[in-house]
Design a protein around this ligand. Structure first.
Ligand SMILES: [Zn+2]
Ligand SMILES: [Zn+2]
Length: 379
């Protein structure tokens, strides 16, 4: 059974953006690997929640999903692919920024305060283009949510006009001692303070807009130039367009995963394109000119007399441009010799008359039996 994104997040179909966001943050808090080190299912569940959130937090994707389900998303190249993130911690950074999750949820894990701050997490979005656009190159607009400094508190997490004070839990040291009872007796561990995340200072009154995290989700629209020759699944990296960094750190990067929609007319084989043209058997015998589709419109192609089924005619340079260097690919036209069906009485008698004249010489080919077999098997 198909997953239902609303069920995954535990919200109604009519839920507003704030409710969806809240539900996702609640699930993320429950499923974080630091909390669930012993639950292998938590990682899978978090991926599902992230996929649901990625769709339902984007108005365009949500509308598609409501109308057509996951198939609708897939058709537009929007099906969420959480495995593209690699590890589950990459996935968390993608949604909450490096350290942003900890700041937002107090789950621990930040190690002190590195010089230069903490870089923001990367964001991955998908963009779907037509095969014709991948031949010419194009520009698309992607929209995504990224962590940005909270405009209300300017990122310091304090309600405007209220002070930032020494953390009462760790007295400003950023660390505290944790006593664990184990089979070997009591173990004392020094841990990063879970109240101030090791900073030693916390806002006295957390900012109402970001709940003290200093970060808010911000929807961004970015125009992305897609170079000619790009293939399905390739990524474009836009530096510093990801989640905001923390403590003066630089932002993360934006990765645009390009999905190239299939084109009914062509199969792609590297830089080459392959297409199939039907030629009626009598015309293949006589020779003819056919129109072949290309991205610059139909172009005429001469089919020599005696062209055999499955023969390929190469149109040089009519394929896709190379992404970096090399030569432009070819268009390989496979000739499908079509045998006429449902003959009229007149056609039948004409063919019978013709068939009676066929000699061995008409069927003799210049290639040997083995070459012919190889060609047929390769086709
Ligand atoms: Zn704030
Ligand atoms: Zn503290």
């Amino acid at each position: 059974m198909a997953r239902d994104y609303y069920d995954t997040l535990g919200v109604d179909r009519g839920a507003d953006d704030a409710t969806i966001k809240k539900a996702f943050r609640r699930l993320a808090r429950e499923l974080h690997p630091d909390v669930n080190a012993h639950d292998p299912e938590a990682e899978e569940k978090f991926k599902e929640a992230a996929a649901a959130y990625e769709v339902l937090s984007d108005p365009e994707r949500r509308k598609l999903y409501d109308a057509y389900g996951e198939d609708g998303l897939r058709g537009r190249g929007y099906a969420p692919d959480m495995d593209a993130f690699g590890s589950v911690s990459d996935l968390f950074s993608a949604f909450f920024g490096a350290g942003g999750f900890d700041a937002a949820f107090g789950a621990g894990g930040r190690r002190g305060r590195p010089a230069g701050g903490i870089q923001g997490g990367d964001v991955v979005v998908a963009a779907a283009i037509d095969l014709a656009d991948s031949a010419r190159g194009t520009r698309v607009e992607v929209s995504y949510e990224a962590a940005a400094p909270c405009p209300t508190c300017n990122g310091n997490g304090a309600e405007p006009g209220t002070p930032i004070v020494t953390c009462p839990r760790c007295q400003g040291t950023g660390q505290h001692q944790r006593v664990a009872r184990t089979a070997f007796g009591q173990l004392v561990r020094t841990a990063v303070c879970d109240q101030c995340e090791g900073e030693g200072r916390i806002p006295e009154t957390p900012c109402h807009e970001c709940e003290g995290a200093g970060m808010v989700g911000e929807r961004r629209h970015v125009a992305v130039d897609i170079p000619p020759g790009i293939a399905d699944g390739q990524r474009i990296r836009l530096t510093r367009r990801g989640h905001a960094g923390q403590q003066g750190g630089p932002p993360g990067d934006l990765y645009v995963v390009v999905r190239v929609r299939e084109d009914e007319r062509f199969l792609r084989d590297g830089e080459d394109l392959v297409t199939v043209i039907d030629v009626p058997a009598p015309l293949a015998a006589l020779g003819t000119t056919v129109q072949v589709p290309t991205f610059d419109g139909d172009v005429p192609l001469e089919i020599p007399a005696g062209t055999q089924p499955g023969e390929t005619i190469v149109m040089r340079g009519r394929g896709l441009p190379p992404l970096s260097r090399g030569r432009t690919g070819d268009l390989r036209v496979v000739v499908n010799v079509a045998i006429p069906r449902r003959l009229t009485r007149e056609q039948r008698s004409l063919l019978e008359e013709f068939a009676a004249t066929v000699t061995d010489d008409n069927l003799r080919s210049d290639e040997g039996m083995l070459a012919k077999l190889k060609r047929v098997l390769a086709g």
